[in-house]
Design a protein around this ligand. Structure first.
Ligand SMILES: [Zn+2]
Length: 441
């Protein structure tokens, strides 16, 4: 007798990500939101009676991409202030606009817009950091997208909280309320060493250890950040966090652009992870993270888009390609970050950083069915010698045809399921008018 299943996927290739570079011409069987088997198509048809079969000729099936760093709601700031360096961009444009406009509604609308963009581009999990994380949590749940929501902490007041204790208390209360929700996780998200005090970092370190949660923070993004830290604290930011005990396997350092050889060793020794955001680092003229050295030293590596205000796409296909090319260009080594390593960073690397590698990040029996089908049969993608190479160097997010999260379809034949694109565009237009009017909140 055949075993029953919900879904039988028949792609041309399955790219499981682990083992690295592996490729099989197999079927994937899904039941109750999980991958239950990966086996040859004939054997799958003989063994399973599936409620639905999806034929994907000429397509590659990959694990859902993991966006290891973003500020989803900032999709409403896409193209709002371009072509400026980080501090001028933050203090002259982003922070004043946030002060004036950011609210529960802004975050819900912006996060939904970002979730739709990410899902349509094959991103099924994101690690988010922004104000009003309750509104973001609700938006991710509504979109049916897996997310790790940041419990953001800064010292300065905002419409969301008055001080670091207020941010922490609100974040912890939110986690208590939402931690049972399927697909939703939480991380501590102290914004950056230049916006968070030693006392707050110490408290977060203690709480993260007690609760077994990741710590997600921007680090060594610009040269100025390091110079200011030397002036104020007498040490570079990473050294400061190391002294406070923050570095460990639960530490996700975002950017890590300006990192010395000994700092790379420090990150590796402590089992830390880096969220590499190459487009954002280029656009804000911050520099290029030394990812070839990270790989040599064994620092965990994931890829992030950062917010749409500094990218301006939430597109991990673009980040994979750029990361692979930049790694070669700055190291002078064409073998730096080969295609399988770029795909691994965008999937399993992010999953490991979030401590979710037992659930997502590769295609294996027992893992959640977060799956993405990518069309490799158009003329611009022929011939296909190596589908893994094509995913990184040829394909784009527009080639994503189907997306499932927990075995539930989120994109079918390039059409979003359960999200109304017209409604999202109308909400974005509403906020553009408000932001352009400059303060009529
Ligand atoms: Zn960021």
């Amino acid at each position: 007798m055949k075993a029953s299943a919900d879904l039988l996927l028949l792609p041309q290739w399955v790219i499981p990500v682990e083992p690295e570079g592996a490729l099989v011409e197999h079927a994937v069987v899904v039941a109750d939101g999980r991958i239950v088997d990966v086996l040859p198509a004939d054997a799958a048809r003989a063994r399973y009676a599936a409620a639905e079969t999806v034929n994907l000729p000429g397509e590659a099936l990959i694990p859902g991409l993991v966006n290891l760093h973003g500020h989803a709601a900032m999709s409403l700031f896409r193209g709002f202030a371009d072509d400026r360096p980080l501090m001028a961009w933050l203090t002259g444009h982003i922070w004043p606009a946030e002060k004036k406009h950011v609210s529960e509604t802004f975050v819900r609308d912006g996060t939904l817009l970002a979730a739709a963009e990410m899902l349509a581009g094959g991103i099924t999990t994101c690690n988010d950091m922004y104000f009003f994380p309750r509104a973001a949590s609700e938006a991710f749940l509504q979109a049916g997208m897996r997310a790790v929501v940041g419990m953001i902490v800064l010292e300065f007041p905002s419409a969301y909280a008055a001080d670091a204790d207020g941010y922490l208390a609100k974040g912890l209360a939110l986690r208590d309320e939402f931690k049972g929700e399927r697909g939703l996780g939480f991380a501590f998200a102290p914004h950056a060493p230049y916006t968070v005090s030693d006392a707050s970092f110490s408290r977060i370190h203690t709480l993260a250890d007690q609760l077994g949660l990741p710590i997600h923070t921007h680090i060594h993004e610009t040269r100025d950040e390091i110079a200011d830290s030397l002036k104020q604290y007498g040490v570079r930011p990473l050294e400061r966090l190391a002294r406070l005990g923050l570095l460990g396997p639960n530490f996700i350092g975002v950017h890590a652009v300006h990192v010395t050889g000994s700092e790379t060793e420090l990150l590796a020794e402590h089992g830390c992870h880096v969220a590499h955001c190459p487009t954002s680092n280029l656009k804000l003229a911050s520099g290029v993270a030394p990812v070839a050295e990270f790989a040599r030293a064994g620092v965990g590596l994931g890829l992030g888009t950062d917010g749409a205000a500094s990218n301006n796409r939430l597109d991990l296909f673009a980040e994979m390609r750029l990361a692979a090319l930049l790694a070669k260009g700055v190291s002078g080594d064409a073998a730096a970050m080969p295609a399988p390593a770029a795909l691994k960073a965008a999937t399993l690397g992010g999953a490991r950083a979030l401590n979710l590698e037992g659930e997502i990040g590769s295609i294996a029996a027992g893992k959640r069915a977060d799956l993405v089908a990518v069309n490799l049969h158009g003329v611009s993608r022929q011939p296909v010698f190596d589908p893994v190479s094509h995913l990184v160097y040829v394909a784009g997010r527009e080639d994503v045809t189907h997306v499932w999260v927990d075995g539930t379809p989120k994109l079918k034949e390039r059409r979003l399921v359960g999200l109304d694109a017209d409604d999202l565009a109308a909400r974005a237009a509403y906020w553009r008018t408000k932001l352009t009017a400059g303060g009529q909140s």
